[in-house]
Ligand binder design. Structure first.
Ligand SMILES: *Cc1c(COP(=O)(O)O)cnc(C)c1O
Length: 232
């Protein structure tokens, strides 16, 4: 399918999900996840209006970053090793996968050296699947509390990945729980600022995530396709 058509179709689905749940379209931001596609196709997506790019590996993202640079805003969405933090902090405006102290500490250190405040999400393993990264809901409040001491990090929200379900409706409780955890962090006033953002929803389940309050959806295959798709 044509890239322009895909982007239109996704936009229509987002608008319908916002209408169903009484939300403003402007509350929901889209990250085009380009890990499955070529640099040429990623550039085409940017030209067609995808202004936020998500990548989950470093240095795999380097070629695209060099080609696209500041024509897009960069989101790091994958598991991150400490020795790669420097490269990621230098280039990505958002890191969605903060899930342990050693990583957070390194991000703070590198952000200070780069003279920036790094926007981050805490990744939460809501479903408890072994294969998934993220802090457990039980550890979330104490972890969030620890992060307050990192001056060059700004925690802006929570991120999760729902298990793949053939019926996406089954992912709804995962998204509801992430929203609930965010609200609890705000009630406890763990951070001086309230957390606004929920990074949740992928190709299979983004309309459900939007109904449950997603402010960032991370869309790969449904939005920009995969490389085996014919490129027009
Ligand atoms: C790959 C990936 C996505 C996008 O996956 P699709 O199912 O193709 O939309 C979203 N979030 C994370 C963390 C990913 O690794």
């Amino acid at each position: 399918m044509d890239l322009r058509q895909r982007i239109n179709d996704v936009e229509n689905e987002i608008q319908r999900a916002c209408e169903r749940s009484g939300r403003e379209r402007s509350e929901v931001h889209v990250i085009a996840v380009t890990k499955y596609i070529s640099t040429a196709r990623a550039m085409e997506a940017v030209q067609l209006g995808c202004k936020h790019i998500g990548e989950n590996r470093w240095p795999d993202a380097l070629e695209k970053w060099e080609a696209i640079g500041d024509q897009a805003t960069w989101h790091f969405i994958g598991q991150l090793q400490r020795r790669k933090v420097k490269h990621v902090v230098e280039r990505f405006s958002y890191i969605h996968s903060v899930d342990r102290w050693s990583l957070a500490e390194e991000i703070g250190k590198r952000a200070e050296q780069s003279n920036k405040i790094q926007n981050c999400f805490i990744q939460v393993n809501v479903s408890g699947e072994q294969s998934k990264a993220g802090v457990s809901p039980n550890d979330l409040f104490s972890f969030a509390d620890e992060l307050r001491s990192i001056e060059h990090m700004k925690v802006i929200g929570l991120m999760t990945m729902a298990p793949y379900e053939s019926n996406p409706e089954h992912t709804r409780p995962v998204f509801q729980q992430l929203r609930h955890l965010r609200d609890q962090i705000n009630e406890r006033q763990i951070f001086e600022h309230p957390l606004v953002h929920l990074s949740m929803g992928m190709s299979n389940d983004f309309t459900i995530a939007i109904e449950e309050g997603a402010t960032w959806v991370r869309l790969g295959s449904v939005l920009v396709g995969k490389d085996e798709d014919p490129i027009e």
